[in-house]
Design a protein around this ligand. Structure first.
Ligand code: THG
Length: 361
């Protein structure tokens, strides 16, 4: 495949020079910004992530700042998740929907203070929707893409590395909570979160000045922990069932279809509520094991049962640890039970598949 032509539209991040120095071999574009897709061997990277510690440039998780007297009101309008008891140090995985109940994004949201939120976006132009809603309702909020570049530290040795730089207090931070910690005199927001199931943190680096100094310090302190520059790992993500907006679910899918029904909890009159309630799931995200050799899953693979299309596979890759092709599918209610046998149509031909009881990790 041809390479991507660099330009100002396809934005570099404050860490790109570090990613380049690490020998990145492939990028994808996410929120109009570079995201490394491969640095060295995919499989080695996967084994390393499960044993050691990695640093990922996830500046593409753009932070939309929502600030003002109506910030909470706007947050409650855009999501079916109950935000009424959200605390000031909490992060929420937040399905956000439009008027028809379809998903517009699945950000991690951080409450910074009662009138200030950061929405850490997945890959869709959700800020434009926020601006539209706020303008149409004349809400008292300021909405902007903040100059913040998240840096992820992931893997079982994350705590040890973070403690070396930010002090032992960081070990006490619990899952999906955030706090302020200091690096060389600079205060930084840090959350215990990240796009892997191996545990870890995300550091929200404000401005570019401290980006590469922090990066280089991490590399130096991490040497004894066998640190490696990585990127979100497709194999580990699919094993863990972490969804990718645009791949596994899109605007045509409700949170119920995306398997995020447990987050539909709000008693407020959020936008799209009536439409969402009128759309119980007739298909849903499922873990699907696929047999045989499979090509790169760069398109939706139709899924068949008895010659009839009953769904699609949208992420798939061979898993060395489970010795099977792991995948994320969206399957009709008639065929979504664990143990159901299916056929998957890849660009290289048909493969046998079976619905699993749960994701692999
Ligand atoms: N971290 C931050 N922002 C992000 C991502 C992230 N924005 C883009 C993208 N990733 C959004 N998608 C996800 C998907 C899954 C999770 C986080 C963001 C996730 N899920 C956990 C799980 O499924 O186990 C926990 C969800 C929960 O139970 O609350 O972490 O990675 N900052």
């Amino acid at each position: 495949m041809a390479i991507i032509t660099p330009s100002r539209r396809v934005r570099r991040t404050p860490f790109t020079e570090g990613v380049e120095a690490a020998g990145v071999t492939s990028y994808t574009v996410y929120n109009r910004m570079l995201l490394a897709a491969q640095i060295g061997s995919f499989v080695e990277d996967y084994h390393h992530l499960k044993r050691h510690v990695q640093m990922w440039d996830v500046a593409v998780e753009r932070q939309i700042s929502i600030k003002g007297a109506d910030a909470e009101k706007l947050m409650k309008l855009i999501s079916p998740r109950d935000m009424s008891k959200m605390q000031d140090d909490q992060c929420f995985y937040l399905p956000v929907i439009g008027a028809d109940g379809g998903m517009l994004n699945d950000p991690v949201t951080m409450k910074i203070s009662p009138d200030h939120y950061w929405v850490s976006l997945a890959d869709s132009d959700f800020m434009l929707y926020l601006l539209g809603v706020a303008d149409a309702l004349s809400l008292d909020v300021e909405i902007s893409e903040a100059d913040i570049a998240p840096l992820a530290i992931q893997g079982p040795k994350s705590d040890d590395l973070m403690a070396k730089i930010f002090g032992d207090d960081i070990r006490a931070l619990t899952f999906f909570r955030h706090g302020i910690y200091s690096f060389e005199g600079r205060q930084m927001h840090i959350s215990r979160s990240g796009y892997s199931k191996q545990g870890g943190f995300e550091i929200y680096v404000e401005g570019t000045e401290y980006a590469m100094p922090l990066w280089n310090r991490m590399l130096a302190e991490g040497e004894s922990l066998n640190i490696r520059i990585g990127c979100p790992n497709l194999i580990e993500r699919v094993e863990g069932g972490l969804l990718s907006y645009g791949n596994d679910m899109r605007r045509e899918n409700t949170p119920f279809e995306a398997g995020l029904g447990k987050f539909v909890t709000s008693a407020e009159n959020y936008l799209g509520k009536a439409a969402l309630m009128a759309r119980p799931a007739q298909q849903m995200i499922r873990p699907v094991a696929i047999s045989g050799d499979i090509p790169v899953c760069d398109r939706a693979w139709p899924v068949y049962a008895d010659g009839r299309k009953v769904g699609q596979i949208t992420s798939a890759i061979f898993s060395p640890d489970f010795n099977i092709n792991v995948s994320i599918g969206m399957v009709a209610d008639s065929h979504w039970d664990a143990g159901t046998k299916l056929e998957v149509e890849t660009q290289d031909g048909m493969r046998d598949a079976e619905i699993q009881t749960q994701f692999w990790i």
